[in-house]
Design a protein around this ligand. Sequence first.
Ligand code: FAD
Ligand code: EPU
Length: 348
Amino acid sequence: MQSYLNASLKNVHTFSIEQTCDVLVEVTSVDELISVYQDPQWSALPKLMLGKGSNMLFTEHFSGLVIINRLSGIELTESSESYSLHVSGGEDWPSLVEWSVDHGLGGLENLAMIPGCSGSAPIQNIGAYGVELQDVCEYVDILCLDTYTVKRLSKDECLFGYRDSIFKHALYGKAIVVAIGLTLAKEWKPCNHYGPLKSLPLETLSPRSIFDEVCAIRSSKLPDPSVQGNAGSFFKNPVITKDHFDRLSALYPDIVGYESNDMIKVAAGWLIDQCQFKGVIEGGAQVHPNQALVIINHDEASAADILRLAARVRQAVLGKFDIPLEHEVRFMGQDSETNLDKALEAMA
Ligand code: FAD
Ligand code: EPU
């Protein structure tokens, strides 16, 4: 097992910001993972499990141990009705989706090109283009950090929601996802109701055609982190009451919102765009000129630049629409997870 002291985090998160941690290790097996947690030399250090760092902002030096997930292996089995995939947590998610489409398996195509590890996918129940992980997830295998045993959670036990799961709540800090189980029905049903997918010709719909279209849309809309550091949508799409939405609709007839359990989920990108933030720069950080929901590392941004820009965006949206934005990106501070308010305070 490799370990590195005072390691740079620049290449292990997609914002690619210069930041460091006390120790960085890479684990390739569950046994190695357990030995990291049990090693007395690291027992006092706060620990962070990291996949590809595509949903992370390190707000300052992390005085702890970053554990990079390299658990690998994919097993495919089938019944008369479905394919089952048992995927180790460190497997690259976008490669898995591409592999499934290449092998004629349908069900993952809408989730193409979402960066990250498969083991990170349940944490925020990744979603795109009308499909969420919960639609294909059968189970999640976790290492329980109190007993060091592996336990299987059913999909229902994961309490999936919009960018949410039990791993952000009751199991926060208590479990590491070591594998996921996916079930893909052999009788494939296309999911093509999300905006731009509706225009695909019905007669040619296939996992491949949806995969290709999703890849084309994403490539045109979202910045490639290897070119411009970013962590995807910086904020979640806020969910507001119908009353609030109706009041806003009267003032802004073009406002974009979707019904969501008696509430309305509003497009945060639209809200930020209306505040004229596209392209706005703060130090080395920039609101992406084409997709206002993404903040990019435009020019050697510091974490402080990103935080200041995020605060300006949040303030403007609150002022204009009376909607508080919540960041989707996870923030790691000096020794524990933090949030925008606390991180700004720590900077002051
Ligand atoms: P990391 O960023 O490494 O970790 C994220 C969080 O999960 C951290 O808190 C970490 O501690 C925790 N974690 C990671 N692995 C484990 C584990 N094994 N066990 C327990 N906790 C763990 N997301 C979407 O939902 N939909 C999108 O369409 C989408 N598009 C994106 C586009 C771009 C260009 C980028 C950069 C990001 C996008 N994202 C999207 C966000 C991101 O891809 C997902 O959140 C992804 O699941 C993160 O995976 P990761 O391995 O990089 O996780
Ligand atoms: N919009 C604007 N201006 C902008 C950006 C968006 O007006 O600058 C409008 C669009 O025109 C559209 C609406 O906002 O009418 C929604 O935009 P889009 O379809 O691009 O989706 P999104 O709400 O910005 C969400 C997810 C993405 C996911 C896409 C596709 C969240 C926070 N974001 O983005 O997920 O890929 O839908 O399903 O839910 C992520 O989580 O990191 C992520 C990229």
